[in-house]
Ligand binder design. Structure first.
Ligand code: HSE
Length: 381
């Protein structure tokens, strides 16, 4: 199977190199935007790829919704199989691309879009056939995991940790998608759609790590906690829950052993019980390996991850109640249901009574809109 590659950045180079070494796959032309990096078999016009009968499949690794959506639609209409690592594209337009692929008898696979090298979506898509998936989620962003780990173990400050993650090729072109939690949120959206046929597209909640400080991390350490950014999802009545937030985990919890750019993706099956998958969630070759895995799946007849009736729903994040740690100006502590509080000058570190995920996120949004600087994390996972 001859594969054209769209994009020649960190992942594109990895995909191209792996295609050159693959047995049943062959590297085809590489689409590079005018003025962008040079590449072997470089073309700058998608039509050259679509009109080439020797190209069977297109691997898109450019990122961003546009022009990727336009390119994906055109490739599928031309009957080319389409695989992608692009979370933003699948979260925004996956339903439409799934329908278009099926109309044209072409594949639409995107396992590299969630978990990097970790085969999370393929496992979910298989498990849901024979078991009921009760919940799913985990550490799904390599950049923020690298940063939290580096802040804790190497005592780097936030800016240094982010620079290192960018240098190592883990971060998105615009790293605000990583640190805001949006990248992990897109990944949990895809996982819910694969497991439940419901793509949560509204009512989603995400809190990233943008407001964490070295002092917060030192405080967590002194209390025996490690901070990780976790994505969560599951059934919620007729809908699904889907949210992302920092979580403080007691030393010894499995997530504390997830270091650097690694991800830990998990689901709980009604019959299987908890299943945990761990591996590199970001970086050139881990992500490229997932793209190649999708291409091999096509050769073995697996063409889709979304079912025919996969549809968008509004997420419901009201059910789950948790205890939260919140660091905020002391004068604002009264806005929270306080279980205990430690005063530190003008700042207070609060542990709340149990509150719903939505209540915590909405309260934080309201306080920030009024100008408050704060950080919060669920306690205990
Ligand atoms: N920026 C992403 C991450 C890349 O850090 O997880 C892999 O999806």
């Amino acid at each position: 199977m001859r594969v054209a590659v769209l994009g020649f950045g960190t992942v594109g180079v990895g995909v191209y190199e792996m295609l050159q070494q693959a047995q049943e796959l062959e590297a085809g032309p590489v689409l590079v935007r005018p003025g962008k990096a040079d590449a072997p078999f470089k073309v700058t016009d998608l039509e050259q790829i679509l009109a080439d009968p020797r190209v069977d499949a297109v691997a898109e690794v450019m990122g961003g919704v546009e022009p990727a959506y336009q390119y994906a639609s055109a490739a599928l209409r031309a009957g080319k199989h389409f695989v992608t690592s692009n979370k933003a594209l699948v979260a925004a337009r996956g339903i439409e691309l799934n329908a278009l692929a099926r109309e044209n008898g072409a594949a639409f696979l995107f396992s590299a879009a969630c978990g990097g090298g970790v085969p999370f979506l393929h496992n979910l898509s298989l498990a849901r056939e024979s078991d009921e998936i009760l919940s799913l989620g985990g550490i799904l962003n390599g950049t923020t995991n690298y940063m939290l780990d580096a802040m804790q173990r190497l005592s780097l400050d936030y800016g240094e940790a982010l620079q290192d993650a960018q240098r190592l090729g883990y971060a998105e072109a615009d790293p605000s998608a990583d640190v805001s939690g949006m990248d992990a949120l897109r990944k949990i959206m895809l996982a819910c759609a694969v497991a439940y046929d419901k793509l949560p597209s509204d009512g989603l909640l995400n809190e990233g790590i943008e407001s964490i400080t070295a002092a917060d991390v030192a405080h967590f350490r002194s209390k025996g906690y490690t901070c990780r950014l976790l994505a969560r999802g599951g059934r919620a009545g007729e809908s699904v829950s889907a949210w992302v937030e920092p979580v403080l985990l007691r030393d010894g919890a499995p997530e504390c052993a997830v270091l650097e750019n690694y991800n830990m993706a998990s689901y709980e099956g009604k019959c299987s019980g908890p299943i945990v998958l761990m591996g590199q969630g970001a970086g050139r070759y881990p992500t490229a390996s997932a793209v190649l895995r999708d291409l091999s799946c096509i050769l073995h007849g697996k063409l889709y991850m979304f079912q025919v009736d996969c549809r968008r729903v509004a997420a419901d994040n009201n059910c789950k109640e948790q205890i939260y740690y919140v660091r905020l100006p002391a004068a604002l502590a009264g806005d929270l249901p306080v279980e205990s509080a430690e005063l530190d000058g003008d700042t207070v570190r609060v542990v709340t009574r149990p509150i719903s995920v939505s209540q915590m996120h909405v309260t934080a949004q309201r306080l920030r809109a009024a100008g408050a600087s704060l950080f919060f994390a669920a306690i205990g996972g």
